[in-house]
Design a protein around this ligand. Structure first.
Ligand SMILES: C[S@@+](CC[C@H](N)C(=O)[O-])C[C@H]1O[C@@H](n2cnc3c(N)ncnc32)[C@H](O)[C@@H]1O
Length: 245
């Protein structure tokens, strides 16, 4: 696919899943190198947002190569089990291999599943997480509704996603790296420069900060907290599900 076609058309959800299938074998390597290892620390913020007491069942939506489930079970004793769903079978294959390498099959279970039609019953999980996934899901509202549906009353949803630095100088520097350098280097690593061009364009278009918090509010979440990470390159949103009266 050329840049021209990528810029002139909007990808369908199926094309986005196919893109992840293609980059899956080198996705982790590209993440580590291109974020200078920051992506690991950003995911650790999800772990830190989960309380230590109790025994939690967690659903990780758009789990990809299972980095969030692995970080959760390795760093948090209060996690009973993590279930991960994704629509890219190749990303899940890489994740399944990593889980086996760490002998964590009893703590993490991966399956094919769509964020807009989550294959679990209502009120099933204590915590629902999603890292760098929400902007890749075409129907954001439906995905948020589904995450809320499968979370228990009193439970929480934790969302990690890219955002843009507020500081103008930092933003300029970051955008240069992100738009000009990153797709080229990602192209060398994965052989799929166009996929990264697309992925970067989604960061520019996706709401963040107050705008994203108001989407959470509209979806019915309460007690919404936002924290910015690494000068605002990423943001962590924590939202709760109220007890119905
Ligand atoms: C940028 S990756 C993030 C993967 C992982 N969470 C991480 O932290 O590295 C985005 C993932 O979203 C998945 N995805 C996109 N749309 C989805 C949907 N509707 N349902 C489930 N997964 C989806 C893609 O297949 C891809 O694995």
């Amino acid at each position: 696919m050329t840049n021209q076609t990528l810029e002139s058309k909007r990808e369908t959800q199926e094309e986005i899943w196919a893109m992840f299938d293609q980059i899956a074998p080198r996705y982790d390597l590209a993440n580590r190198l291109l974020s200078f290892g920051q992506d690991v620390l950003w995911r650790k913020n999800i772990t830190q947002a989960i309380p230590n007491e109790s025994s939690y069942d967690v659903l990780d939506v758009a789990t990809g190569t299972a980095d969030v489930p692995l970080s959760l079970v390795k760093n948090k004793k209060s996690i009973r089990k993590v279930y991960g769903i994704d629509m890219s079978s190749e990303m899940l294959k890489v994740g399944t291999r990593k889980i086996a390498e760490h002998s964590l099959e009893n703590k993490i279970s991966l399956s094919l599943g769509d964020a807009t039609d989550i294959p679990f019953p209502d009120n099933r999980f204590d915590v629902v997480t999603i890292a760098f996934g929400i902007r890749n899901i075409k129907d954001t509202k439906k995905a948020l509704q589904e995450m809320k549906r499968v979370c228990k009353p009193g439970g929480s949803v934790i969302i990690l996603e890219f955002s843009l630095p507020e500081n103008p100088l930092m933003r300029k520097f970051y955008l240069f790296y992100f738009q000009k350098v990153l797709p080229v280097v990602a192209g060398w690593i994965t052989g799929k420069k166009d996929a990264y061009r697309y992925l970067n364009s989604t960061v520019m278009a996706f709401p963040y900060g107050r705008e994203f918090s108001s989407l959470l509010q509209q979806a019915g979440f309460i007690d919404i907290k936002t924290s910015t990470l690494s000068w605002g390159i990423a943001s962590l949103y924590q939202a709760h599900i109220g007890h119905s009266v």
